[in-house]
Design a protein around this ligand. Structure first.
Ligand code: DGJ
Length: 743
């Protein structure tokens, strides 16, 4: 049993081969945090870790005791204002205006498995990845509100999944104004904070700063996890590298407003929290009802950041992504967006599809513009039926032709939005998020539908399901191109307006779930103007996501590299597009564009009817090569061999699960003249296997010798410029791809 309760000491020990997590009931009945880290033996009592001594400027819990203060002890799910002055994990506002509570230990249960969360995305256990769950109940006697803290430990992962359920067993309504999913007090502050931030077109760049006293946070108030910040955060030891050292990470399985923060107090205790953003959040917990927080995940490693990332990749691939596409290799696609934008006809689409088929592409995706009266971004959004002016044979007719070519057919939707100029808004103006008597801001000339209203969800489901059914659609790209503003729902009373952001996202999840269940074979790809909602919550519904609207290969090194810290390669849509690149105007070789897009779900997003025979031949060869190794690219163990912030020369490696195949991408961001000799040590191989090394060049494959795994790990692979051929062959944005195959 990987969860032990020691009754005398009232200590809980969650453990597997990799980690231990220790919780203890404190002397005032609240929960203390003792330890989360590398596995330790199961011992009965770690009371010595609860350090309670007199401290100046401290308030104490008991009238005649100068030691027990919540400021002194490390806690699991702390309140504010009853001797602890740090930011709390929760706040419950009562009818008399008070927020003081006293939640004390009531009992616990250990559950074999992992209960699912109703209406929310979460990791799940299975026979191949079993988990055990500890639920600890605490009750506030005065209000009879209970909180159930839930902890699940998987047998084969260092990651612990947490969530909290509030249950109102009392007689009065209380308001939850803060309900974090996870809070943990780490016993020191010797960490660097790594956040993944950016903007449209440059999402999830890693930023590293030393942890300092006080609060540091990232958050979103946009109604989506956002381009700007990501609900994933690492705390690493300063000396930790990609290949060694300690680090923690937290991830929120949620796609709406979030807050992730660390608070370092005067005694160098680090309180790490993640959950729904308390700003603009107020949930009416009426008698007899519950509130369920989203799930949060916390990970630990003592083996460096690649190991930390690989733990998330494994957990998401095995225990978060669901359905027919889980563990399946993803199709190579062509998307017409950057080839045509809104300027397409059925004829043009068919021409692209025919060319795509010749190149070995497997899925044709029709992007924005096929529906309602959509000719530009100003009209038609919300009217999910084909536009006869563009598609005389409808979606079914087009889909049929694409299917006849031997391609799968995918379609773009933006279910959560509407243009004012749409039948939907003309008929249901009250279905938009809007504040009464106030102007409504627009983004991309569109408005957000109120998915907190069940009838809006029903309406969208019926319309979309009809198109999916009529066209026998194989893939859906679910886009979301603006953030929420003037957030208010006409369907809810004044005292529930603080619930709308969360209810909206629950509505998004519900629509996704209904469509997934009705069309279990469809591959969903989430998107939000590129990577504006790239989070673990979305992966539960859509196994892959459009990583960014910026498909420039060099910018993608930063975006895909940054994203890889928290998310698997199988989740990242990665496309080859034109050069000069439409977002940054950069000229990069087709070889490099392909090599970067290899490390994800490969697609093409350019007009392949306008390319030269030589370029087409190169694309064909690229696709052939990718297909040969795509299970490794999508599901192999991924290593960033260049550390955080080293941008000039980047090396990425994927190694197959059986360690027989490894692929190295070597990317020269800026060229260096008369460059140094370079040898790269290759991790993750079997020491006694002999690997044959081939370099894949546009002109063909070149034999680079054969070496044992131990040689490659210790002596390294020679990747000096001189080894590329002529010493002057390399340029800025030059790249090389090496395949290492066990003989
Ligand atoms: C934003 C997406 O990120 C693009 O790929 C494309 O689908 C456009 N929206 C279409 O409006």
């Amino acid at each position: 049993m990987p969860i032990q309760y020691h009754i005398q000491s009232q200590e809980f020990h969650l453990y597997n081969d990799q980690v231990s997590y220790l919780i203890r009931v404190l002397e005032n009945g609240q929960l203390g945090h003792l330890y989360y880290g590398a596995r330790i033996p199961d011992e009965a009592d770690h009371g010595y870790l609860v350090e309670n001594t007199y401290r100046p400027m401290t308030t104490y819990v008991s009238p005649d005791d100068y030691s027990f203060s919540l400021s002194n002890v490390q806690q699991e799910y702390p309140p504010y204002g009853t001797s602890d002055y740090r930011h709390p994990a929760y706040e419950v506002k009562q009818a008399n205006g008070s927020t003081v509570t006293n939640f004390t230990f009531e009992g616990y249960q250990i559950i074999n498995g992992k209960p699912q969360l109703t209406g929310l995305p979460a990791t799940y256990a299975s026979s191949s990845h079993p988990a055990t769950t500890l639920e600890i109940a605490l009750v506030d006697q005065l209000t009879q509100v209970k909180m159930i803290l839930s902890y699940s430990i998987f047998s084969d992962s260092p990651i612990i999944a947490r969530n909290v359920r509030f249950e109102n067993h009392g007689k009065e309504t209380v308001t939850l104004t803060t309900a974090q999913s996870l809070s943990v007090d780490l016993p020191d502050a010797d960490y660097e904070w790594v956040q993944f931030s950016g903007a449209w077109g440059r999402e999830r760049h890693p930023h590293v700063t030393p942890l300092r006293p006080g609060l540091q946070a990232v958050d979103s108030l946009r109604g989506a996890s956002s381009h700007m910040q990501n609900p994933f955060l690492i705390l690493k030891r300063p000396q930790t590298t990609e290949m060694s050292g300690e680090a923690y990470a937290v991830s929120l399985v949620y796609s709406g407003n979030f807050l992730a923060q660390a608070e370092v107090n005067e005694y160098d205790v680090t309180r790490l929290q993640i959950g729904i953003n308390p700003f603009h959040f107020a949930w009416q917990l009426t008698p007899g009802t519950n509130f369920q927080t989203p799930e949060a995940l916390i990970a630990y490693t003592e083996k460096g950041l690649n190991d930390l990332s690989q733990s998330f990749h494994r957990l998401y691939n095995d225990c978060l992504v669901r359905g027919a596409w889980q563990h399946q290799v993803r199709p190579v696609l062509i998307n017409n967006w950057e080839a045509t934008y809104f300027d397409f006809t059925e004829e043009k689409l068919i021409a692209i599809a025919k060319q795509a088929k010749k190149l070995g592409i497997e899925l044709f995706v029709l992007d924005d513009g096929w529906f309602g009266e959509r000719m530009t971004e100003t009209d038609g959004l919300g009217d999910w039926w084909p536009n006869p002016k563009r598609l005389p044979n409808g979606i079914a007719g087009l889909a049929n032709q694409i299917h006849q070519l031997g391609l799968k057919f995918g379609l773009w939707f933006e279910p959560e939005m509407a243009n004012r100029n749409s039948k939907l808004v003309r008929q249901h103006p009250d279905w938009l998020i809007q504040t009464p008597n106030r102007p409504q801001s627009q983004g991309r000339r569109q408005y957000v539908l109120d998915l907190a209203q069940p009838e809006v969800i029903d309406y969208l489901f019926d319309l979309i399901a009809k198109v999916l059914h009529d066209g026998q659609i194989d893939y859906v790209k679910w886009d979301m191109n603006r953030n929420m503003s003037e957030v208010y729902s006409l369907a809810y009373p004044a005292n529930q307006q603080g619930e709308i952001f969360h209810r909206y996202i629950l509505g998004v999840y519900q629509l996704y779930e209904r469509l997934r269940q009705a069309f279990p074979k469809i591959l969903f790809e989430s998107c939000a103007s590129g990577g504006g909602r790239f989070d673990a919550g979305m992966l539960y519904y859509a196994p892959q996501a459009w990583t960014s609207d910026d498909s420039d290969a060099i910018e993608r090194l930063a975006i895909q590299g940054g994203t890889s810290y928290g998310y698997p390669l199988s989740s990242m849509g990665a496309h080859v597009s034109v050069t000069p690149n439409e977002q940054v105007g950069r000229l990069t070789p087709l070889n490099t564009r392909g090599n970067v897009a290899y490390f994800g779900d490969l697609g093409y997003e350019l007009d392949i009817t306008q390319m030269t025979p030589a370029e087409l031949a190169q694309i064909k060869a690229q696709i052939e090569e990718y297909k040969r190794y795509r299970s490794v690219f999508q599901y192999g163990n991924f290593y960033r061999l260049t550390g955080l912030g080293q941008a000039k020369l980047i090396n990425w490696l994927v190694v197959s699960q059986d360690q027989r195949i490894a692929i190295l991408g070597n990317f020269k961001v800026l060229n260096d003249v008369n460059a140094p000799y370079r040898r790269l040590r290759i991790p993750g191989l079997k020491a006694d296997f002999r690997y044959h090394v081939t370099e894949v060049k546009p002109a063909g494959k070149v034999n680079r010798g054969s070496f044992t795994g131990q040689e490659l790990a210790r002596l390294g692979l020679v990747i000096s410029d001189a080894s590329a051929g002529q010493t002057n062959e390399t340029t800025d944005f030059y790249s090389r791809c090496f395949i290492l195959e066990a003989e």
